[in-house]
Design a binder for this molecule. Structure first.
Ligand code: HEM
Length: 211
């Protein structure tokens, strides 16, 4: 891919990722966040955390569809870091606006409400991933360890989905779309590994020409 195309696509990604935050800031500045601004802030940042996390998870399976899509890898870290950014604003919304920085009330809430507990787990899982997203950290950890650690992103996404389901009222199906996408992405991994193994075994079982 040409350098100028890559720069244009990266710029577009930045704009797309910052768009929901821009709308929130604009809504807050113009007093236009609806009847419950705190909830609007939490819902928008929570949803975008999960969406960006799932998009970053989709990069590898989509790349496997064709070698021509290899350039997508250049966007995985960016999407993952934006997911962490929204997740952190989401968490801070809870700390500042829902709990008024009251530590004991927060601890009580985390222990009592399971949807908050799993949200905290999801965010905590994202912390080491964001902290080790630099080239320096990859070098220090070594590719193998880094890859092993970064498998946690799947656990974080699953916790995020459970958190979403536990947060909505009974009968509300809004988390279904992201759940299906995540399920497909999770299934794609073993399917890919099995198909690679099967192709390898076929190659070795096939007689060489002239045998
Ligand atoms: C410290 C960690 C977290 C806390 C305390 C927390 C808290 C909350 C709260 C209070 C809401 C409900 C807002 C409302 O109904 O007004 C919510 C919604 C939500 N959160 Fe979290 N959350 C946390 C982490 C996360 C993480 C890491 C993700 C994603 C991976 C996430 C995804 C969501 C989603 C998708 C929603 C619902 C959005 C919607 O209905 O459109 N949360 N969270």
């Amino acid at each position: 891919m040409k350098r100028s195309t890559l720069i244009a696509l990266k710029t577009l990604t930045w704009v797309a990722c910052l768009w929901p935050m821009g709308l929130l800031v604009y809504g807050a500045a113009t007093n236009n966040l609806g009847p419950d601004p705190t909830s609007k802030l939490a819902l928008t940042t929570g949803y975008n955390t999960l969406l960006l996390l799932i998009l970053s998870l989709a990069i590898t399976p989509v790349r496997r569809l064709s070698p021509r899509l290899n350039w997508l890898i250049k966007f995985r870290r960016l999407l993952g870091l934006f997911a962490f950014f929204y997740g952190t604003v989401h968490m801070l919304t809870y700390v500042a606006l829902y709990s008024n920085f009251d530590v004991s009330a927060m601890l009580d809430d985390i222990a009592r409400r399971k949807f908050i507990t799993i949200g905290v787990v999801a965010w905590l899982l994202l912390v080491p991933l964001a902290a080790t997203s630099t080239n320096w950290a990859i070098r220090k950890l070594g590719g193998k360890n880094w890859n092993r650690l970064h498998k946690l992103v799947y656990v974080a996404a699953v916790c995020g989905i459970i958190h979403y389901w536990w947060q909505v009222k009974t009968g509300v199906l809004s988390p279904l779309r992201l759940t299906v996408v995540l399920a497909v992405l999770l299934a794609a991994r073993p399917v890919w590994t099995l198909s690679q193994k099967w192709m390898k075994s076929r190659k070795t079982a096939m007689p060489a020409p002239g045998d």
